[in-house]
Design a protein around this ligand. Structure first.
Ligand SMILES: CC(C)(COP(=O)(O)OP(=O)(O)OC[C@H]1O[C@@H](n2cnc3c(N)ncnc32)[C@H](O)[C@@H]1OP(=O)(O)O)[C@@H](O)C(=O)NCCC(=O)NCCS
Length: 164
């Protein structure tokens, strides 16, 4: 039996393990960053049907800690596509399996670029928002892009952006 998936969305769900622990006894922030990158990659690769790389991770906000043994749910969704880039909104939820409920712990937007076998950017299929909510998300992605231009200009002043 084939399981059809919505190509613009990806959900990863699993238990956080003792190996994910930080010095405070909860899940390590680095583990959460790895999971969101993996969920974002799976979502973007599924959308463009090719290999892609992370080009930008924007303002990760950790709202609440994730406990060891929590059910973690990572929801990744395409919210904008450019010529070669895919902007993926990520929301993380967690909660004890016994509690039957989850709370949001993290949000961020990651940008992936589809690349060919020599690492050069290639075009991706256009994503078009269908619902009001998706139109709001696309506008959010566009607004973040605008804000990033200012951030890039500040980084450029420090000479931290390498020449192409
Ligand atoms: C991804 C990569 C091939 C892009 O090469 P590039 O020369 O920067 O390509 P371009 O300038 O043509 O940009 C490609 C896309 O990235 C987007 N991009 C570039 N900088 C960006 C930024 N700061 N934020 C968001 N998107 C960005 C561009 O807007 C463009 O998207 P579009 O085609 O939809 O308009 C190159 O940057 C790379 O290899 N980076 C390393 C990726 C990697 O190894 N990631 C793993 C984690 S370290």
């Amino acid at each position: 039996m084939e399981n059809q998936v919505n190509r613009s969305e990806m959900v990863l769900r699993f238990l956080s393990e003792p190996s994910n622990i930080n010095f405070g006894g909860n899940v390590h922030g680095g583990a959460v960053m790895k999971w969101i990158d993996q969920a974002g990659y799976a979502c973007a690769a599924n959308w463009c049907s090719s290999y892609c790389v992370t080009v930008y991770v924007g303002g990760i906000r950790f709202y609440k800690p994730i406990g060891i043994g929590d059910i973690v749910e990572i929801r990744a969704k395409i919210i904008y596509t450019g010529k070669t880039s895919m902007h993926v909104g990520i929301d993380v939820f967690a909660g004890k399996p016994q509690s039957h409920g989850q709370h949001q712990t993290t949000h961020c937007v990651i940008v992936f670029v589809a690349v060919d076998s020599s690492g050069q950017p290639v075009s991706v299929p256009k994503w078009t928002p269908q619902t009001e909510r998706e139109k709001i998300l696309e506008n959010y992605a566009l607004k973040l892009m605008e804000l990033r231009t200012g951030i890039d200009e500040e980084i450029q002043k420090l000479g931290k952006i390498p020449e192409k």
